[in-house]
Design a protein around this ligand. Sequence first.
Ligand SMILES: *Cc1c(COP(=O)(O)O)cnc(C)c1O
Length: 365
Amino acid sequence: MTHPNPWRRSHADHPSPLARRQFASDNYSGICPEAWQAMADANCGHAPGYGDDAWTARATDLLRQLFEVDCEVFFTFNGTSANALSLAAICQSYHSIVCHQLAHVETDECGAPEFFSNGTKLLPLPGAQGRVEPDAVAETVLKRTDIHYPKPRVLSVTQSTEMGTVYTLPQLQELHEVTRRYDLRFHMDGARFANAVATLGVAPKEITWKAGVDVLCFGGTKNGMAVGEAIVFFKHDLAHEFAYRCKQSGQLASKMRFLAAPWVGLLQSGAWLKNAQHANRAAARMETGLLAIPGVEFLAPREANACFVRLPVETCEALKARGWRFYTFIGAGGCRLMTSWDTSDEDVDALLKDIRELMATPAVV
Ligand SMILES: *Cc1c(COP(=O)(O)O)cnc(C)c1O
């Protein structure tokens, strides 16, 4: 039986530190130099707590500049709280949130969106390659309009998606049209928003507020920060009293400047985009290598910083035995290989070499 505390293992249970850069998640990586430097710069004496400091003001201004609009910005420690709290702010408890069935809010947040919204129901939809499809949203909204069914109020999409794909601008515009038609609010989980911007090569405003997005959870952690996500409300009234939600849920950082400073570092230097472009390029290199290996099947096209492939189960196991870490939560043999801001060509080539070797050798049963 699993112990009630999943983190009770001691250091002795980690005989060899995982020094090698891995492909399990972009949160395996460390802190990028720009974020680290900004933290050091912020660590120069005293500053007011709870966000009344110059770093928080500067980070907020930089986000407004990035999105070219006067938006409301809040900083939280992680993406689960950013999603759950922002969704709670735009729903009543009797509402429902339409999302993809693989959405992080549905599968990876332990019910936080439902919890913080006092019971708002998620309505998960299937959809090819991790994307929500406009017709499916319409069908779900129209399925029931009576008083007994939770009233659909929000469409939540993930950009880039949980399958490593990216919604194009026309796809977002179509979804925007559906949200207009059915009076839905539009939420975007942007844990990997920077990677989507890098893929599409558009100004951030084009795929957010100009495409009807009401609130974006902009991921900092997977982009190179230690911790932190920015919640960006493009409609001021939706942020009404939002600071109280942050405080009540334990997401109001006392030394807020250390959540805000990395944003200053990333945004001022342009590292937010450079990091994402780097990670996407590493994934593209991986894609090219994998496509050349007979027997490797892509489960979704590579569009951002992940390759989703099916490998023989024995290959997965042998890779793990060689010390590689990656997730296989997407069914037998389904592997997610995720690159990060610091993934090197050599890292990618080393993994490819092992996959090539293992797949060239017939499995010994
Ligand atoms: C990582 C991630 C989040 C944030 O998760 P936390 O672990 O709570 O920071 C949110 N959405 C998606 C799609 C993610 O991949």
